[in-house]
Design a protein around this ligand. Structure first.
Ligand code: 0O2
Length: 272
């Protein structure tokens, strides 16, 4: 609450004559928010730019990139993402079919939520730098296999494996890699079942086998992972030790909750 003095000051100010307009203070010089790219940033951008457009910047006498090349780049980036988007669409349809089938024929669905994401160009470039792969579009396609991502959240651990099995036994899905962070959690406590699969995308004149990363996890694992992800980026990947220890403890609690829920479900089933 305001003190009596504050009220008095405010009243005096309100009653005093309108002050003469003062000259504006000198403009503050703002520092640019966009970081200046490092040499390696420029190499990655240049490599991807050249491999996407076929344009060799060194050929330009004045160092200017023709407008047509820039327009072409926009188109190439959109095309680059398109097959990944189609692969996500195909997988999403498969998952929706399973969900709908379960709704109609069973009284329970193992799938709680589905989320999809396409890696942005910035995030692809960050991964090219982090992994040190060659910055050209063919290498990126071959080596970065999580450009298309689908995350499936299930109520129970057994459901995550069950859904993985239902998807991977479909004849057009090929499993390229399995990382089972549920059976072997990461040191920080992260748990999820990761699959890299390929999905055939039937285009007008050819078929592409597009890699997609599928992450399957329980609600408890998802809750933990989304908080940890936020903290990780908030601290720019350098999370204080105390917080890391607390997160690991929280991961143990999430694991214990999953185990308890599974036991409860078994008990309820025995009553049927
Ligand atoms: P985003 O924004 O979710 O896409 P790498 O992709 O290089 O980190 P790798 O071996 O290719 O590693 O893949 P891995 O280990 O299968 O993990 C890839 C994805 O799993 C990450 O993608 C995260 O989504 C998730 N993940 C892995 N480890 C952790 C973790 O410790 N905490 C959380 N919260 N998520 C994790 P991105 O591209 O890093 O992020």
């Amino acid at each position: 609450m305001d003190s009596v003095d504050d009220v008095t000051d405010a009243t005096a100010a309100a009653l005093s004559p309108v002050p003469e307009p003062q000259p504006a203070p000198p403009a503050t010089v703002l520092t640019p928010v966009t970081p200046v790219p490092t040499a390696s940033d420029i190499e990655v951008y240049r490599g991807l730019f050249q491999s996407m457009t076929g344009y060799d910047g060194t050929a330009a006498a004045d160092g200017q990139v023709p407008l047509q090349v820039i327009k072409n780049l926009q188109k190439k980036v959109a095309q680059f993402h398109l097959s990944y988007k189609f692969a996500i669409d195909e997988l999403t349809t498969k998952i929706e079919i399973l969900q709908e089938e379960f709704e109609h024929t069973h009284d329970y669905s193992p799938i709680e939520h589905v989320r999809t994401r396409l890696k942005t160009m910035d995030s692809i470039i960050e991964k090219v730098q982090r992994t040190g792969i060659r910055p050209d579009v063919d290498t990126v396609r071959a080596r970065i296999r999580d450009i298309a991502g689908v995350r499936i959240t299930c109520a129970f651990v057994a459901d995550a494996y069950w859904v993985a099995e239902m998807l991977t036994r479909q004849s057009d899905i090929e499993v390229i890699e399995v990382k089972d962070y549920i059976a072997r959690p990461k040191p920080n406590g992260y748990q999820s079942l990761h699959l890299i699969v390929t999905v055939p995308v039937f285009l007008s004149d050819h078929t592409e086998l597009v890699p997609v990363e599928i992450q399957l996890r329980t609600i408890a694992m998802d809750f933990w992972a989304s908080l940890e992800h936020k903290i990780y980026y908030k601290y720019d990947r350098d999370v204080p030790a105390g917080l890391v220890a607390e997160l690991t403890e929280a991961a143990d609690a999430a694991r214990a909750l999953d185990a308890k829920m599974a036991r409860l479900r078994d008990q309820v089933r025995q009553l049927d």
